[in-house]
Design a protein around this ligand. Structure first.
Ligand SMILES: [Fe+2]
Length: 317
């Protein structure tokens, strides 16, 4: 569909407010182009309910209004996360939009301080909402995106990692750290040429070698920081290591891989397989899990089984 200068946003991220100040558009069935729904006026609950009743889940804003919309979400995220009266759908959708946007923007800045600061703050937010409030996985999955943007991948790996960490018994403080580490896991990709990252076809050997440098690049960029733990650094450095020693950058075996990096490895591959790529559509959850279990010596199978039980809930939800 042509976008006509509009971008879709989840209806769930809007909440009755007088502070939005944006023109909102809807695209009724049969209309090619969005039409004006509300012109910067205070948003009332009955307006939102009216849309929900007609089955509308997406609303449109003008592309140039995106910074305003993102600012609105960022400004409200903390208070929304603490507001138990607010529907979980609003909080989950807002969290995901803010994580994707903020991480995307900080990656674009290329500044480690901005990226780490955002990851630490949003990692805590993700853990607080997903684990603290026991958000049903199936419920949260509705708000996820599956495009191949690096910020989408980082966000999904973050949510999956924190859920798997909680399920396997890591404490609250560790969960928040693991969530932040997951947001940072592919930081080293910033140094890889965009032409390689967005290439449609098969990579040349030299291009693959470039990609395989990203864990070491990320690690060397972050290893002197005092605000990251060893576990988080190992998520960055070891998330492509494999239990049988077939991974990179070093090819160490399972005994030497940090437990947080093992979690990151499982959810990183799952998130990649279940997202769209320029060269293939997203795989179904079950198909992705089958592929991951095909060679039982690659991933920690206990973690994969645990993840499968969570995803089972997701696919049934
Ligand atoms: Fe990676």
């Amino acid at each position: 569909m042509a976008n006509f200068g509009f971008i879709p946003v989840s209806l769930s991220t809007l909440y009755p407010t007088d502070g939005l100040g944006l023109d909102l558009y809807i695209r009724p069935q049969g209309y090619e182009r969005p039409v004006l729904f509300s012109s910067g006026a205070p948003l009332q609950q009955q307006d939102l309910s009216r849309l929900e009743e007609t089955g509308i889940t997406k609303i449109y804003i003008r592309r140039e209004s995106r910074p305003l919309y993102q600012e609105f979400l960022r400004e409200h995220l903390d208070s929304w996360l603490n507001d138990a009266a607010l529907p979980l759908s609003t909080r989950a959708a807002a969290l995901n939009e803010v994580v994707r946007d903020t991480i995307g923007e900080s990656f674009k800045s290329g500044k480690a301080d901005a990226i780490v600061g955002a990851a630490l703050r949003l990692g805590r937010c993700a853990a607080r909402l997903l684990v603290g409030e026991r958000v049903p996985f199936a419920h949260f999955a509705r708000y996820l995106h599956h495009d191949h943007a690096s910020s989408t991948h980082a966000a999904n790996v973050c949510y999956y990692a924190v859920l798997l960490a909680a399920e396997t018994g890591f404490c609250e403080a560790d969960q928040a750290q693991i969530a932040a580490g997951a947001l940072l896991h592919d930081l080293g990709m910033l140094e890889i040429d965009d032409r390689i990252l967005t290439k449609d076809g098969r990579l040349e050997e030299t291009e693959s070698r470039q990609i395989r440098l990203h864990p070491a690049n990320g690690f060397s960029r972050l290893c002197r920081r005092t605000d990251l733990s060893v576990g988080q650094l190992m998520m960055v450095y070891q998330h492509h290591e494999r239990l049988d020693g077939s991974g990179y950058p070093v090819g160490i075996d399972g005994g030497e891989i940090h437990p947080w990096a093992k979690i990151c490895a499982v959810v990183d591959v799952f998130a990649a397989l279940t997202s769209h790529r320029p060269y293939r559509r997203a795989l179904a959850h079950q198909k992705a899990l089958e592929i991951m279990c095909r060679d039982g010596r690659t991933f920690d199978l206990e973690l994969v089984r645990c993840w499968e039980s969570l995803v089972g809930g997701l696919t049934r939800g």
